[in-house]
Design a protein around this ligand. Structure first.
Ligand code: PMP
Ligand code: GLU
Length: 397
């Protein structure tokens, strides 16, 4: 069978792949420590589960409008008014099956073959392939560890061509944890406006920012940008609801309508029960975020300090999200029983095979020098993993 060319341009999500391998190893009875999966370890809050139970009991188990129920769209408008300070109407909102699906709908609705999307690197693994699946062209904008992965507006402008359709912002970032400050956002807004570029602002880690670091949406920094920005968010990370698959977008009505049409001819509505659960989550106040941050804050300190104490590794403290992105290039050239570590991908493979430690190479995130580790497991698991990592590095010669 000859498959479509587009299938040869993409790979399976590398994060989900490592995470599935770790789960398979655990099911085989292997004591694997999983730093790969990008999801909160917390259970979904009880008040959210109760809303889902009530939805089932009330028979809310049929098709809904393909773009999502009005009640949820209104809850999203309230949230965006509260947190981002922008008033959206329900007609400017699309509810999809996770923020990943939102981005997929966007690419299908926006891109013609060869259209370019600027993606600051390091980036979340799925951005380039979602663009490629729509026959678009990802254009990587380099950012540097030494600059805290800040976007340089001049370098951004140099990436723009007549084919540029959009720029993706992701703050806090997966994988670096970097956030954008107001000055950067204002400069980005200026470039995007002058060149008529859509800004896609992926704010899925918005609630996970440490130590009062200023972090805001581009539409908050520059409200006039609301007309050329697609705000993307969801309940996966903020409410520990990764499996419920609810994400959403807010933006210009013509774009939202085109995305909704793509959705109505593909998945139809996101799960009716999950939509009711998401309404409860968005009305649920801020208590849960406080608990999440109280849990993650000491874990972040522990893992950053321990990684920096391992010779050959350096690890900046991330401002947000729940990932660390240590530079492991100090280990390149070192040897183990079965080969040499020449890249972060070699190191990730060595750690998984020899020590049963699952983490993701920086390579699919756009950096061969880094490794991504998630610090959502328990403190005890993180400590055990760090001990294993230290021993594995000591065993290299
Ligand atoms: N954006 C980023 C940056 C992510 O890390 C993820 C991964 N969960 C998503 C979007 C998609 O999240 P979901 O589809 O679970 O809403
Ligand atoms: N976004 C998370 C991660 O980066 C979950 C997996 C995925 O969808 O990529 O690990």
């Amino acid at each position: 069978m000859k498959l479509a060319d587009r299938t040869t341009r993409i790979v399976p999500s590398p994060t989900l792949k490592v995470s599935a391998t770790a789960k398979t190893m655990a099911a085989q009875g292997i004591d694997v420590i999983d730093f790969s999966a990008g999801e909160p370890a917390f259970d979904t809050p009880d008040f959210v589960k109760e809303a889902a139970h009530s939805a089932i009991a009330a028979g809310f188990t049929k098709y809904t409008p393909a773009s999502g129920i009005d009640e949820l769209k209104r809850a999203i408008c309230d949230k965006l008014s509260r947190d981002q300070g922008i008033q959206y109407e329900p007609s400017h909102i699309l509810v999809s099956c996770g923020a990943k699906h939102t981005l997929y709908n966007l690419a299908q609705a926006l891109l013609n073959p060869g259209d370019e999307v600027i993606i600051p690197a390091p980036y979340w693994v799925s951005y380039p392939d979602i663009v490629r699946l729509a026959d678009g062209q990802p254009v990587m904008l380099e950012t540097r560890e030494a600059d805290g992965y800040a976007i340089d507006p001049q370098r951004l402008e140099a990436c723009i061509t007549p084919r540029t359709k959009a720029l993706i912002l992701n703050g806090p970032s997966n994988p670096t944890g970097a956030v954008y400050d107001r000055k950067t956002l204002e400069a980005v807004a200026d470039v995007a406006t002058r060149h008529d570029v859509l800004v896609v602002s992926d704010e899925i880690y918005e609630k996970l920012v440490y130590e009062d670091t200023p972090c805001m949406s581009i539409v908050t920094a520059v409200p006039e940008m609301a007309g050329r920005t697609l705000v993307v968010n969801g309940v996966s990370k903020a409410f520990a609801m990764t499996g419920w698959r609810i994400g959403y977008a807010a933006g210009p009505q013509a774009l939202i309508t085109a995305m909704a049409n793509v959705q109505s001819q593909s998945t139809s509505n996101p799960t009716s029960i999950s939509q009711k659960a998401a309404v409860a989550a968005l009305h649920g106040g801020t208590q849960f975020f406080t608990e999440l941050l109280d849990d993650l804050t000491p874990k972040r300190r522990l893992i950053v300090d321990a990684l920096n104490a391992i010779p050959g590794l350096t690890c900046p403290t991330p401002a947000g999200a729940f990932y660390v992105f240590p530079n492991v290039s100090g280990l390149f050239g070192k040897r183990h029983a079965n080969g040499t570590i020449a890249s972060a991908t070699d190191l990730a493979a060595y750690l998984l095979t020899d020590t049963h430690l699952a983490c993701v190479s920086g390579e699919p995130f756009g950096s061969v020098n880094h490794l991504r580790l998630t610090y959502t497991p328990t403190i005890e698991t993180i400590q055990r993993g760090l001990t294993k990592l230290k021993t594995a590095v000591q065993n290299l010669s």
